[in-house]
Design a protein around this ligand. Structure first.
Ligand code: ATP
Ligand code: MG
Length: 407
């Protein structure tokens, strides 16, 4: 992308209405635009980060045999009434909308009910199982608190996956595959210090698991032992659970964390009330076992922003950076060389060809958090070199043109 032709503009100061660092930097650096509290627009750079995060998630979920779908946002109340989840007394974060000509529709805060109902059309026999589907989709929740930048939105992007099984053993086996896939996803995203955390499983299973990234601005409090092999949230901090896990309350430390995903063995929680059944080998009708598995895609972007930012701005890990290189040409020969470099590698380079001082360009490169700043000037060319500065370490080195490759 040529910055001279981009509509985004960086801001010198943090916007007054952004208290969270992720929101402040993402707005300042031109990644997002705030529409309303908890409602953000993604601009070209922000969208590229989101797409990189999604691509990593897709790759890992496709590997465990899940198929991508995209369900509707508009929801039929009748379906949700079957599980009791349309009433505001049960679920208090619905956005509901009146339909011309009468009636009400909801804007989906999650998709257990519609996916279970949809599968009634496609699952009838044990031969149709197991099955796993996922989507990456916008959810709507009328959250009371929406003040953590993109960490908590009223409109946000979630990956939600659902699996369907004939037996509990098969659900258990798939759950383990998802755990392994999630570990790979968070590692690839650069979310170190993300732990699988015990949470209450509700009435159908003893535990569910949250994925919690230790983070000073996280909204959750988690408890952990010294080697972090046991991490649990407040709701499971009970004597019987602690003895189950072989830890003592006094040995646990506490910290703040952001929930970046969670996984549940739903078993019959939705398949029973919604009547999702299959015929087994003996033609007996049985209820389908289900699991569900979420990742907060836009929250993940905010958590990565928070985790890596410093006092100069954002600082993306290479795997999710919108561009790997931020290119600046200085002087006549330097600019000529930069133009050629850009023409050959447009997709990897954010090219700052604006008519502004180099110092301003360098500050924006840091604010935007692009991993490598590449400077080509008449001076570096006199040495047959370019200068490469790492955003993460600040280290600068001269690299010979013959050794310099853009990947
Ligand atoms: P939280 O406790 O943070 O409200 P939740 O328990 O409601 O999360 P789920 O309904 O299971 O979460 O959603 C799956 C994932 O979506 C969560 O793990 C989280 O990463 C993300 N998420 C949930 N609510 C929001 C929100 N309002 N804005 C952004 N991401 C969210
Ligand atoms: Mg919630």
């Amino acid at each position: 992308m040529r910055l001279s032709q981009s509509f985004i503009k960086t801001l010198r100061a943090a916007p007054k209405d952004e208290t969270a660092r992720n929101g402040a930097y993402l707005v300042r650096a031109g990644y997002v635009h705030k529409e309303l509290a908890g409602v953000y627009d993604y601009l070209p750079l922000g969208l590229r980060v989101l797409e990189k995060i999604k691509a990593i998630i897709r790759e890992e979920l496709n590997k465990i045999g899940s198929q991508e779908v995209l369900l509707s946002s508009l929801q039929n109340p009748e379906l949700w009434e079957k599980t009791g989840r349309f009433s505001d007394a049960q679920v208090d974060i619905w956005f509901k909308t009146e339909v011309t000509g009468g009636g009400v529709l909801g804007l989906a805060p999650t998709h257990e009910e519609p996916i279970t109902n949809l599968m009634r059309t496609y699952i009838s026999s044990y031969k149709d199982l197991p099955l796993s589907v996922y989507q990456i989709q916008t959810k709507f929740r009328n959250e009371k608190r929406a003040k953590s930048g993109i960490l908590r939105g009223r409109e946000f992007i979630m990956k939600d996956m659902y699996s369907f099984h004939a037996t509990e053993a098969d659900l258990d086996a798939y759950y383990e595959k998802v755990e392994a896939a999630y570990a790979r996803i968070y590692e690839r995203l650069g979310l170190t210090e993300t732990y699988e955390c015990f949470a209450s499983g509700g009435i159908f299973s003893k535990y569910s698991h949250e994925y919690q990234t230790f983070l000073p601005v996280g909204e959750d409090t988690v408890y952990y032992n010294s080697d972090r092999s046991v991490v649990l949230n407040e709701e499971v901090l009970q004597d019987d659970v602690l003895s189950d896990l072989g830890v003592k309350r006094d040995d646990l430390s506490t910290t703040t964390a952001a929930e970046v995903g969670n996984i549940f063995k739903l078993k019959f929680k939705y398949s029973e009330p919604l009547g999702l059944q299959f015929g087994d080998e003996n033609n007996q009708l049985r209820t389908v076992y289900m699991g569900c598995y979420g990742i907060g895609v836009s929250r993940v972007m905010g958590v990565i922003a928070e985790k890596y930012a410093d006092d100069k701005g954002l600082n993306w890990p290479e795997a999710v950076a919108p561009y790997k290189y931020y290119l600046v040409g200085i002087g006549e020969k330097g600019t000529h060389y930069a133009e050629e470099l850009y023409a050959a590698h447009e997709d990897a380079i954010l090219y700052d060809d604006r008519n502004v001082r180099p110092g301003e360009k360098f500050a924006d490169a840091e604010l935007m958090g692009i991993p490598y700043r590449v400077i080509v000037s008449d001076k570096t060319l006199a040495d047959d070199s370019v200068e490469v500065v790492s955003r993460a370490t600040g280290e600068s080195k001269m690299v010979k043109l013959t050794d310099f490759t853009i990947d």
